[in-house]
Write a protein that binds this ligand. Structure first.
Ligand code: XUL
Ligand code: CO
Length: 442
């Protein structure tokens, strides 16, 4: 393959220079090649770049059009523009030292006038993506289909009241799965898009939820038939664009998967700002998924504390990320998942260099959180505190309760007899908050 010209000519591959460096175009915590427990940091963290934000985002918001004009967006032929954009993206992936990327079908190739034309467009661009993956070693963390932008999906895709739209969405996902498999995608994501409702006046909730479950079963069946080995992921979000999204949060997602016999085939892709919109912390969503062995991957971003919408910002909150990392590491990590920067530049951040600063910030914050969480777990103070707090269930009647070996009559007899009144014990929240701060600022 011929050497592509530089689209980020002023940016060199970002190097790790350590916490004391004052170079804003260097990593201060993310050291991709450092080996920890036999694996590089890069292999532990599995960072991924979100194509839709970083290479299709133009800074538009509900109040105004885009502000960002990239120098590589030139020409009139949509396919050659798409290929050049992909060149720019792969140059960026390498310079920012990200081992993975993620896309929606319509991010990488233009939608045609018919599904057949869209599929042909996709094939041409995917062939180029395959070459670039081979040349750079950058891999596909996950693929997905955009089932929410085109007006045909205004009332949902698989939950659309019109079976014709369900069929179209099925055909689109069939192709997205083919393409994800062809590019060696390690996961495939279903984010609900417009799978929800605006008003119950026009919605048969039960039929729509059943149709969503049928769609997911059909996707599982098709993936099996083509030998796609990637992990299927559900990405919960409570609202936006619809007033109510069916995959509201991890807990309702688990209930949905179990109700419809899908729990063996799916895990969760947890997004930080979706957790916030659902009224949860990021760590809460991770814990709920991990408790059921369903933690799959992370969409790494943040919301704004003062805005009630999905602002998709880069997350530099080390405290929030350290708590999240403790829960992720305690659960055994993300396996074939990763940390995908589903985050976008602010509207006035119009320079290509802003993309570099944004990702350096996100990667450094996650890498620092990773190291702090490892220290917290290695020292074991929180683990010991938790063990002690629940120790009454480790033996005697507490053990019998956990093993379901006692009933109300037995417990009634115990309390009326030798147990009597329980002795209250402090929850020690303030002590624990100080302990956490001692790691963050120590
Ligand atoms: C939307 C969102 C999506 C998914 C992929 O809020 O997070 O970009 O991650 O469809
Ligand atoms: Co997302």
């Amino acid at each position: 393959m011929k050497k592509a010209r530089a689209h980020f000519p002023k940016i060199k591959a970002i190097a790790y220079e350590g916490p004391k460096s004052t170079n804003p175009l260097a990593f201060h915590h993310y050291n991709p090649d450092e080996v920890i427990d036999g694996k590089t940091q890069s292999a532990h963290l599995r960072f991924s770049i979100a194509y839709w934000h970083s290479f299709r985002g133009v800074g538009s918001d509900p109040f105004g059009p885009g502000t960002i004009v990239r120098p590589w967006e030139k020409g009139t032929d949509a396919i050659s523009i798409a290929k050049t954009r992909l060149d720019a993206a792969f140059e960026f992936f390498q310079k920012i030292r990200a081992p993975f990327y993620c896309f929606h079908d319509r991010d990488i190739a233009p939608e045609g006038k018919s599904l057949a034309e869209s599929n042909r467009n996709l094939d041409r661009v995917v062939a180029h993506a395959k070459d670039l993956q081979k040349a750079t070693g950058v891999k596909l963390l996950w693929g997905t289909a955009n089932l929410f932008s085109n007006p045909r999906y205004m009332c949902g895709a698989s939950t659309n009241p019109d079976a014709h739209v369900f069929a179209y969405a099925a055909a689109q996902v069939k192709k997205a799965l083919d393409v994800t498999k062809a590019l060696g995608g390690e996961n495939y994501v279903f984010w609900g898009g417009r799978e929800g409702y605006e008003t119950l006046l026009n919605t048969n909730l039960k039929r729509e939820q059943d149709h969503l479950a049928t769609f997911l079963h059909l996707a599982v069946d098709y993936a099996k038939s083509i030998g796609f080995k990637g992990q299927f992921l559900i990405e919960p979000k409570p609202k936006e664009p619809t007033k109510h999204q069916y995959d509201f949060d991890v807990a309702s997602g688990i209930a949905f998967l179990r109700t419809h016999g899908l729990e063996k085939h799916f895990k969760f892709n947890i997004e930080t700002n979706h957790a916030t919109l659902a009224g949860h912390t990021f760590q809460h969503e991770i814990e709920v998924a991990a408790a059921q062995g369903l933690l799959g991957s992370i969409d790494a971003n943040a919301g704004d504390e003062l805005l009630g919408w999905d602002t998709d910002q880069f997350n530099t909150n080390v405290k929030e990320l350290t708590l999240a990392m403790v829960s992720i590491l305690r659960a055994g990590g993300l396996g074939q998942g990763g940390f995908n920067f589903d985050a976008k530049l602010r509207r006035p951040s119009i320079d290509p260099e802003d993309l570099v600063h944004a990702h350096i910030g996100g990667m450094d914050a996650y890498a620092l959180a990773f190291k702090l969480a490892r220290r917290i777990l290695a020292e074991g103070k929180f683990t010991k505190f938790l063990q002690d707090r629940y120790a009454s269930y480790d033996a005697g009647f507490g053990r019998d309760i956990e093993k379901r070996r006692v009933g109300f009559r037995d417990l009634n007899k115990l309390v009326l007899g030798k147990l009597g009144e329980p002795k209250p014990r402090s929850g020690k929240q303030e002590y624990l908050e100080n302990l956490l701060n001692s790691y963050l600022h120590g």
